[in-house]
Design a protein around this ligand. Structure first.
Ligand SMILES: [Zn+2]
Length: 250
């Protein structure tokens, strides 16, 4: 027996071709979480799907859940926002791809989070407008870790709680999930790139600031570099995999 059709808002994270005429689409939905569906005839049907089942698109999808598998059948899609500039600008595309890949790996089926959905829309809008791209990507990840329950400890040393160990830079320990001062870090952590006090303070501010004020934070080129290196390593260590989209950004 077929289950009744459902509908949901969805952001497209990934699209692949399937056979002659179908597409497999993975999206993130506010209450359902990650959802993968097959859109039959998507490559032919001008009316139902054309220009809609594209990466980054915000859609309202109509779908029929499968009886046994998690794969749903996508029956129709209405375009709510296409974020067109993400597809026509090389750097915006690469940065937006990273956000989608992170959501793809960090989320699961049947476990939606409205705040993660809203965070992703917020970041895609900023990238679409061409706001400082790397800063948007940094702030997105800082807020995402909060929502996932992996907030890194960035207010001083996680071990001794010092806030400025004679001005010496901190290191970031992914296994301990926070900054470690020079007095406390061991050789394994010492091998990682240093985090200046300034960068640590900026990232900590981003964690505590409300969403609508966060874009006031200004990152210098060196803080941007340090923050991106820290977040890249924290993501891949926690996920235990390489995030492919970082390659295009480095
Ligand atoms: Zn310490």
């Amino acid at each position: 027996m077929t289950r009744p059709p459902e509908r949901s808002q969805a952001i497209v994270l990934k699209v692949s071709e399937h056979g002659e005429s179908d597409k497999i689409v993975t999206c993130y939905c506010p209450t359902i979480g990650k959802l993968t569906g097959i859109a039959k005839g998507a490559k032919r049907s001008k009316k139902r799907f054309v220009n809609k089942l594209e990466i980054f698109s915000l859609l309202e999808i109509h779908f029929t859940p499968g009886d046994r598998s998690t794969l749903v059948r996508i029956d129709q899609a209405d375009l709510l926002s296409a974020f067109p500039n993400l597809r026509s600008h090389y750097h915006r595309y690469n940065n937006a791809s990273l956000l989608c890949e992170l959501i793809l790996h960090w989320t699961t089926e049947n476990d939606g989070d409205e705040n993660i959905f809203r965070l992703l829309i917020w970041a895609l809008q900023w990238l679409n407008q061409g706001e400082p791209l790397t800063r948007t990507v940094i702030l997105f990840q800082i807020k995402l870790f909060d929502l996932l329950g992996y907030r890194p400890h960035l207010a001083g040393c996680i071990n001794c709680n010092c806030h400025d160990h004679h001005g010496a830079p901190y290191r970031f320990s992914t296994s301990r999930g926070g900054l470690v001062c020079r007095r406390c870090h061991q050789e394994t952590v010492a091998a990682h790139s240093p985090i200046s006090l300034n960068t640590a303070k900026l990232l900590h501010k981003a964690q505590t600031m409300p969403h609508n004020k966060i874009s006031r934070l200004q990152f210098s080129p060196s803080s941007t570099r340090e923050a991106m290196a820290l977040l890249k390593r924290y993501n891949s260590d926690l996920l235990q995999r390489e995030i492919i989209s970082w390659r295009a950004l480095s």
